[in-house]
Write a protein that binds this ligand. Sequence first.
Ligand SMILES: Cc1ncc(COP(=O)(O)O)c(C=O)c1O
Length: 389
Amino acid sequence: MSLTRRRLLTGPFAPDPGHAWIAARGREAARAGDVEAQAAAALIRISSNENPLGPGAHVVAAIAARYPEASLYPGNATDREASLVGVLAKKFGARDEQVTLGAGSGELLTNAVRAFTSTSRPLVTAWPSFEAPRDTAKKIGTPVREVGFDSALRIDLDKLVEASKGAGLVFFCNPNNPTATVHGKTAVADTVKAIRAASPDTVILLDEAYHDYVTDPAYATAMPLAVSTPNVFVARTFSKAHGMAGLRAGYAVGDARVISALAAYKMPNGLGTLTLAAAMASIANTAHIDAERARNTEVRAFTVKAFADMGLSGTASQANFLFMDIKRPAKGFRDACRAAGVLVGRDFPPFEQQYCRISVGTMDEMQKAVAVFRTALAGAPTTSRQGGR
Ligand SMILES: Cc1ncc(COP(=O)(O)O)c(C=O)c1O
């Protein structure tokens, strides 16, 4: 008989198949009479760009199979960091020394700022974008050069190139969080080339956290570019399409010299034994990721259409979240949604007077959420159009 989550995870781990694990935790608390947890379990959580289904059954089976190794240090376990590095190197046509791991790609982004910037070598980032690089720069006293967007809220690539001169690190998030927009393969390659010409010593970090959700045919991963170009690397995560945000695994692939400098900051044993087992199982199953992309694409289209029926649109989302022009401040909308049991994204200045980030949940969750949105958006718009910077 095949292994399923229901059969594998019994006792304290017992979620129903197909439900988010957090909801399962809530049900346990509910049984224990914890009123706050009961309320939390009923919330539709579309605020953090998490995968609403969690990891696949094959990943859960791998974790369960390796559970007896939880007592071992990762270096003594069956699936080790070196095993995952080897698999990733092969997958992307790289040598092992062109790959390093992190406890989530957030660790890699943070360490990249530590490794490649300084008080005299700024960080360049679109803004708003994923905040870890900018937050780290601010903590360590690295100046930050923020770059804006074009009218479609895609990162302004000319400005990114211009700002790169003399910078230590350019953070190029593609698709960008929170705007959900993507640049195509040619634009990325041309931008990397232009940055290298303008500022040859600057390291370029291409963040592909949402790579698996892109459907735009003009897009392609920058992995081949990173493997063959000095000072360039790509960061990816297991937190999104792989559904493993709580397990903490990410990786970087690119120029061996840059990867080695990044790896010097790596937390030893940063990826746990069970995380490594999960990552090994997940990376091997590309069909599951294809199915997750198809599922997300369908629910994303449903949600976009529901907004269109309300006369509202957003950016051209290429991720598992939408950046919707709700024509009013995000805060009021967010508060109204929360009161009705739906959690949507936080503010993203300078767009918070007009745009809200909404993650793509399951179809069932989004059908319920759309009904809540319809009520929350029933009044007249209160903001006029807010342009890109
Ligand atoms: C663009 C982007 N990069 C990186 C990350 C970091 O993810 P993690 O540290 O979970 O791998 C996130 C998380 O939301 C993200 O949105």
